[in-house]
Design a protein around this ligand. Structure first.
Ligand SMILES: Cc1cc2nc3c(=O)[nH]c(=O)nc-3n(C[C@H](O)[C@H](O)[C@H](O)COP(=O)(O)OP(=O)(O)OC[C@H]3O[C@@H](n4cnc5c(N)ncnc54)[C@H](O)[C@@H]3O)c2cc1C
Length: 384
C-alpha cells in the first residue's frame, strides 16, 4: 500500500483526498494534514455562505494563467456537477451560469466532504507542516512530529487570505521552488477620491482598468461605493488587473449613447441637470467635479467617471491571493513538480487566480482532479 500525504484540508486538499481514495481504495493510504482544528473551514464563508463552487461558462480567459487550459478542459463544469452529485450533493445554477449547492448553503458542501472522508476511512491529522525533505521517500515535519515513508506529497496549503502565519510557500521552497510576488486580489480598492457621500450606493456600470491610456480590462456589472473606495463584484474583478498607477474609468450610463443622453440632461436648473439619469448623490458628485465643463464634456464624464486606486483593502478583506508557485515549475497536465518527482502542487498555493463567479473553487477541484489521475496512474503502474 502506498502512502500519500496531502498537506492542507481546504477545498483542493479535501477534493484530492476523496477522489484519490475512491480511485485507489486499498492500494493507497491517504493522510490529510491540516493545521487548523477543523478541515474545510474556509468553504463555509465562500459565496457569502452559499459557496459558488463552479461556473457553467468555463474558459481559461477567466484566469491569469493560460497554462491551466488543459486542467479546465478536462475537469469541465459538467464533470464537476456529476462528481458532486455522485458524492450526494445536488447543484443549482443561477441565470449567469454560477453553480451552487441546491440548498444554497456552503455547509452542505462541507458536510458532503466530511461524510465521504469518514466513509472512505481517510485519516485526518491536525498537523502544522513546517518542512518537507525528500530522500528515498518524503519526510514531512511539524514542530512536534514527523511523518515518514511518504511516497507522494500533495501541497494544497492555499494562499495568504485568512491566515496570520503561513508556511505553504516555504514548504515548496524546501524542494527548490520559487514564489512570485504576492498580493491580495478579488478585493475592494481604496481610491484617492473620497466617496463618502456615495457610500452604500450600488450601481450597474461598465468599468475599465486603464494604464497609460491603455485599457487592461473591461467588464460590466455592479459596483458598491464605500467611504474610501469601491467594492462590488465588478470592482473585485477589476482588482485582479490593478497595479500601481492604474486608474478605473466607470461608464455610469453604459446603455445610452451621447445623443440620447443629451436630450435627458436638463440644462435649466444646474443642480438637477442629471436628475433623470443618475441617483441624486452621484449626480451631485459628477456635477461638482465637472462644474466648469461644457455640456458635451459632461456627457463624456458620464461615460468616463475616473477613480484612482491607491491600495487594496488588504488580505483580511480579499478572497484570493495573486501570485504563488509559478505554473512553469509544475507539469500543467498533472500538476506534478518539475523539480521533485512525486511532489504535486494544487489550488491557490500556485500562481493561479480566477475571476469572481466560482472560478477559484473550480480551479481547486480541477487541479486536484488532474493530480489524482496522475498519482493513480503511478500507483497502479508502481511508482517511479
Ligand atoms: C470570503 C471568501 C469568499 C470566497 N468565495 C468564493 C466563491 O464563492 N467561489 C470561489 O470559487 N472561490 C471563492 N473564494 C476563494 C476560494 O475559497 C479559494 O480560492 C479556495 O478555497 C482555494 O482552495 P485551496 O484548497 O487551494 O486553499 P484553502 O481553501 O485556503 O485551503 C488551504 C488549507 O491548508 C491549510 N494549511 C495551510 N498551511 C498549512 C500547513 N503548513 N500545514 C497544514 N495545513 C496547512 C489551511 O489551514 C487551509 O485549511 C472565496 C474566498 C474567501 C476568503
Amino acid at each position: 500500500m502506498r502512502k500519500v500525504a496531502i498537506i492542507g484540508g481546504g477545498a483542493a486538499g479535501l477534493f484530492c483526498s476523496i477522489f484519490l481514495k475512491e480511485m485507489l481504495q486499498e492500494d493507497v493510504e491517504v493522510i490529510l494534514l491540516e493545521k487548523q482544528d477543523r478541515i474545510g473551514k474556509k468553504i463555509l464563508v465562500t459565496g457569502n455562505g452559499k459557496c459558488n463552487l463552479s461556473n457553467r461558462n468555463m474558459d481559461v480567459y477567466y484566469y491569469n494563467s493560460p497554462s491551466i487550459a488543459h486542467a479546465i478542459r478536462h475537469f469541465t463544469p459538467e464533470l464537476c456537477v456529476s462528481t458532486f452529485r455522485k458524492w450526494g450533493l445536488l447543484i443549482r445554477e443561477d441565470e449567469e451560469g454560477r453553480l451552487y449547492p441546491y440548498s444554497e448553503k456552503a455547509s452542505s458542501v462541507l458536510d458532503v466532504f466530511l461524510r465521504k472522508i469518514d466513509e472512505l476511512g481517510i485519516k485526518v491529522v491536525t498537523f502544522d507542516a513546517s518542512h518537507i525533505k525528500k530522500c528515498a521517500h518524503f519526510l514531512v515535519y511539524s514542530k512536534a512530529y514527523q511523518l515518514e515513508n511518504v511516497d507522494v506529497v500533495v501541497l494544497a496549503t492555499g494562499g495568504m487570505v485568512g491566515v496570520t502565519r503561513y508556511e505553504g510557500y516555504q514548504l515548496a521552497q524546501d524542494l527548490g521552488h520559487t514564489c512570485t510576488p504576492l498580493f491580495p486580489t478579488l478585493v475592494a480598492l481604496k481610491t484617492k477620491e473620497s466617496l463618502k457621500a456615495l457610500s452604500g450606493l450600488r450601481m450597474k456600470v461598465a468599468l475599465s482598468v486603464i494604464k497609460e491610456q491603455r485599457e487592461l480590462w473591461k467588464g460590466q456589472g455592479e459596483v458598491l461605493f464605500k467611504d474610501e473606495g469601491l467594492s462590488g463584484i465588478l470592482a473585485l474583478d477589476a482588482s485582479r488587473y490593478w497595479r500601481d498607477s492604474t486608474s478605473l474609468s466607470l461608464d455610469l450610463v453604459p446603455d445610452f449613447r451621447d445623443e440620447t443622453l443629451r436630450t435627458f440632461i436638463q440644462a435649466e436648473d444646474e443642480g438637477k441637470r442629471l436628475a433623470g439619469i443618475l441617483p441624486k448623490m452621484l449626480a451631485l458628485d459628477v456635477l461638482k467635479r465637472y462644474k466648469q465643463d461644457p455640456l458635451h464634456d459632461l456627457i463624456y464624464h458620464l461615460h468616463h467617471f475616473l477613480l484612482h486606486p491607491t491600495e487594496t483593502y488588504g488580505y483580511q478583506n480579499a478572497q484570493v491571493t495573486r501570485g504563488g508557485i509559478p505554473m512553469n515549475e509544475v507539469n500543467p497536465v498533472s500538476f506534478e513538480s518539475l523539480l521533485t518527482n512525486n511532489f504535486y502542487l494544487i489550488g491557490e498555493v500556485l500562481d493561479v487566480d480566477g475571476a469572481c463567479g466560482g472560478y477559484n473553487l473550480h480551479f481547486a477541484w480541477a487541479s486536484a482532479y488532474a493530480a489524482c489521475i496522475d498519482i493513480a496512474h503511478k500507483i497502479k503502474g508502481e511508482i517511479k
